[in-house]
Design a protein. Structure first.
Length: 541
């Protein structure tokens, strides 16, 4: 038996430190919804795990939706909880389920499309296939007859009574996807909410595109019904619309969640929220929405032992990746007093504890000053849905307006709460008020034409101007967008329409830079031009 003293005597500390300096561990202290976390300390989220397991188990049993709030202050591990849940999809007690990350929508406009895009990004083609199989089992089978081939028209006619109206288009495309090899690629693009031309819609024999709330909700409902697993929608930072647009923005968002809850089956909504804001969110919700909420669970702080366990697990994993034996001191190069200091400085907040560990590790390895500055790490996940791009445009307009003493706020048209397809903002300077409509077509690939979706976007804005709901309009479309109807309507709108041409790179840049409260010179010029067009203010102001 080899004793620890011999191991300690043979330990080449210099070699281990050189390895650490060449490739330091712990490069991140912020969890992101698009990047898995390597290490999990389960204690702080045990209560949340139990609550999530419970609601999934119940929904798996009766297919009734559940809504489970999870509370915690900034840095307490709310986003990390998504990865914990994701990792347990196959073996958690309730059985298999599918976890979908839904970043907080920056605007309350076309939120169902935001949820739908997150679902199909995560589930992929498999959810189209299982939904098609569900439809064929319900409407394609004949008693006592084993079917190897299905007649599209026969199945569609039988399904029409159960899925009337706009739902029929969704069923039709799902069946085209499964039964028509020639039209399958086109059907897939429709299901992915990609931009299609009028000719392509005619080829599919449908009248709608996946953009308006009603058709998107119908599609989401059908996919949830067809999924073989419960859909666990992890809504990160559900207070986002409240932070950006106040109570009215959050109220619209909650109305959408309530609609999904009421109309869909086989769905669990896990909503993470800042503890400090939860009471305000709860009281914004109406009584029916509050009655649907499970009792909130709260993430607990790290203990001193949790910090040490995090360091230990991190270092063991690190040495395994380096293909070298783990030192006897499994928290090397740190010592117990380093753990103590990191814990005390963090007040038990997991994100801050990890940040403190990184700074102390830097000090040990590189001899930096006791409190080296770590660059801020962004936890915002960008999904280029119409909702996100609309939110970025509103933010950009607000940033430009702030420097001119102009107020910008989201306006909700009467009777349209939760179903408003186009954002309308109130722009106010002194006692003068103007209303601007903001619309973005649903685009899967910003490097391609916006298709018929761009025309519908322009038409929605034109309808708002003609009805007097707004005076001017802002629209973002892909640079490659063309089409006679779109170009004709854009010309008709003339100086009332301000068009932002984007590709994939510039659309992503728009979202990222406005999220950091900045504008590029080109964006600043674009938004300033709009404001000076509305008010007699020089562009230099």
């Amino acid at each position: 038996m080899v004793n620890d003293d011999i191991i300690s005597d043979d330990f080449d500390e210099g070699m281990y430190l050189d390895i650490l300096r060449d490739d330091p561990p712990l490069k991140r202290y912020v969890s992101r919804g698009d990047t898995p976390d390597d290490v999990d300390i389960s204690g702080p989220h045990e209560e949340a795990d139990a609550a999530i397991s419970r609601v999934i188990r119940f929904t798996k049993s009766d297919e009734t939706p559940r809504f489970q709030p999870v509370l915690g202050s900034a840095g307490m591990g709310k986003t990390h909880l998504f990865w914990v849940t994701k990792d347990r999809e196959e073996y958690m007690t309730p059985g298999p389920f599918l976890t979908v990350y839904v970043p907080s929508p920056p605007s309350p406009i076309r939120v169902p499309l935001h949820f739908y895009a997150c679902l199909v990004d995560e589930a992929g083609d498999n959810i189209f296939k299982t939904t098609a199989r569900m439809l064929l089992e319900k409407f394609g089978e004949m008693k006592g007859v084993f079917r190897q081939h299905y007649d599209f028209s026969e199945v569609m006619n039988k399904a029409a009574s159960d899925y009337p109206g706009i739902s029929a288009d969704v069923v039709k495309v799902i069946l085209r996807y499964e039964l028509d090899e020639k039209k399958k690629p086109l059907a897939r693009r429709w299901l992915l909410a990609d931009a299609l031309s009028d000719e392509e819609l005619d080829e599919l024999d449908v009248r709608t595109i996946l953009e308006e709330d009603d058709i998107v909700t119908a599609a989401f409902k059908l996919l949830a019904e067809g999924s073989e697993r419960p859909l666990v929608l992890f809504v990160d930072e559900m207070e986002g619309p409240f932070n950006t647009h106040g109570e009215e923005g959050e109220r619209q968002f909650l109305e959408v969640i309530k609609r999904l809850y009421n109309e869909c089956q086989n769905v669990v909504i896990i909503a993470s929220c800042l503890s400090e804001i939860w009471d305000r969110i709860y009281h914004i919700a109406d009584a029916p929405m509050r009655s649907r909420m499970e009792t909130p669970v709260t993430l607990r702080h790290f203990s001193r032992d949790d910090v040490e366990e995090f360091v230990r697990e991190t270092m063991i994993r690190y040495w395994e990746e380096q293909n070298i034996d783990t030192p006897t001191n499994d928290i090397f190069p740190m010592k117990p007093e380093d753990i103590d200091a990191a814990f005390e400085a963090s007040n038990g907040v997991p994100r801050e504890a990890i940040r403190q560990v990184i700074t102390r590790l830097d000090t040990i390895l590189f001899g930096t000053r006791a409190e080296p500055d770590l660059p801020p790490q962004d936890d915002y996940v960008v999904k280029l849905t119409a909702n996100v791009v609309v939110g970025a445009i509103i933010k950009g307009l607000t940033l430009a307006a702030d420097s001119k003493g102009i107020e910008v706020s989201l306006h909700v048209a009467s009777g349209n709460v939760g179903k408003q397809a186009t954002a309308i903002v109130l722009v106010k300077h002194d006692s003068v008020e103007h209303f601007i409509g903001i619309d973005v077509p649903n685009v899967k690939d910003w490097n391609r034409s916006g298709g018929v979706g761009a025309y519908y976007s322009a038409k929605r804005l034109n309808d708002l101007i003609e009805s007097g709901d707004c005076e001017k309009a802002i629209m973002a479309v892909p640079e490659e967008t063309s089409g006679a109807k779109f170009e004709s309507l854009s010309e008709e709108l003339g100086e009332d329409l301000f068009t932002l041409l984007l590709d994939e790179e510039s659309a992503m840049a728009l979202v990222k830079i406005t999220n950091s409260d900045q504008l590029t010179p080109n964006l600043s010029e674009f938004f300033n031009h709009i404001l000076t067009n509305l008010f007699e203010i020089s562009e230099e102001n």
